[in-house]
Design a protein around this ligand. Structure first.
Ligand code: FES
Length: 133
């Protein structure tokens, strides 16, 4: 279980991006977004096309919803569902997290925390091999 960031920081910044590794060794970007007083985690990719929500400047948010930068579909930050635009009728893939004394903890068996920020922010020696996947 990896401690990620404080709930307070996610609320202050509006969102928080990190990179996780899935069970197959592929890297996946995940965003934390405020939901009520808590936080939810979603894969950083629109369900319509492979468009990132957070492209390096935080997730565009409007009224508790994630805004897809490409076609403008809105996804509920709490349940990940979209009922409008190009992505209507879809739900974002969830990533399991919990909070422990104000800190967000990654609890998803399918993902291991790698680093804060996007995949491109990885400064590890083998980052380019992941990017080509
Ligand atoms: S890529 Fe997100 S709505 Fe089209």
């Amino acid at each position: 279980m990896d401690e990620l960031v404080s709930v307070e920081t996610v609320h202050e910044r509006g969102s928080w991006l990190f990179t996780a590794e899935d069970a197959y060794g592929a890297l996946e970007e995940v965003v934390l977004v405020p939901c009520g007083d808590g936080v939810e985690a979603w894969v950083n990719r629109c369900t319509h096309e492979a468009q990132r929500f957070d492209t390096g400047r935080g997730v565009p948010m409007r009224n508790g919803q994630l805004v897809c930068p490409k076609h403008g579909s809105l996804f509920d930050a709490c349940d990940g569902h979209c009922d409008n635009g190009e992505a209507a009728g879809t739900t974002l893939p969830a990533v399991d997290i919990s909070t422990n004394r104000g800190t967000v903890v990654l609890t998803d068996d399918d993902y291991a925390f790698r680093h804060a920020g996007g995949i491109d922010d990885d400064e590890g020696p083998d980052s380019t091999s992941h990017l080509s996947l």
